[in-house]
Ligand binder design. Structure first.
Ligand code: HEC
Length: 100
């Protein structure tokens, strides 16, 4: 028992020594572009995940964004009012749209 304890202290301090020093973590501070409806997106789309999920999609059609918002509401039960869903789809199609 004592040996295990000593061993775990040793391993523990070794692991600690390894993480000492500079660690670079990826910057996860995703920011949305300002624009009409951005507050609605902030209020409704941040409760489960970061904006990275949206921003990583790149520029997409309004139909695509409509589909994503519907998926969040229907599949994942995001509690978003119908009128807010429209504001969000318009925001995404305007700021992160491809003109289609
Ligand atoms: C109730 C929780 C919840 C809310 C609120 C929510 N999402 Fe999601 N979203 C998820 C989950 C869970 C995933 C991950 C799905 C996966 O891994 O396949 C996801 C993934 C995504 C993706 C990645 C693509 C995909 O199809 O999986 C996009 C884009 C997205 N969400 C957009 C939004 C937008 C826009 C809003 C606001 C209208 C929103 N989400 C709000 C739960 C939520």
């Amino acid at each position: 028992m004592k040996k295990i304890l000593l061993a775990s202290i040793f391993i523990g301090s070794f692991a600690f020594a390894q993480v000492k020093g500079d660690i670079q973590v990826p910057d996860m501070n995703y920011k949305l572009k300002p624009g009409k409806g951005v507050e609605t997106v902030q209020a409704n789309c941040l409760m489960c995940h970061t904006f990275g999920y949206m921003l990583n999609q790149g520029k997409q059609s309004k139909k695509f964004w409509r589909g994503k918002v519907n998926k969040m509401v229907n599949a994942f039960k995001a509690p978003i009012a119908k009128k807010d869903q429209d504001i969000i789809v318009n925001y995404l199609a305007t700021q992160y749209g491809n003109g289609k």
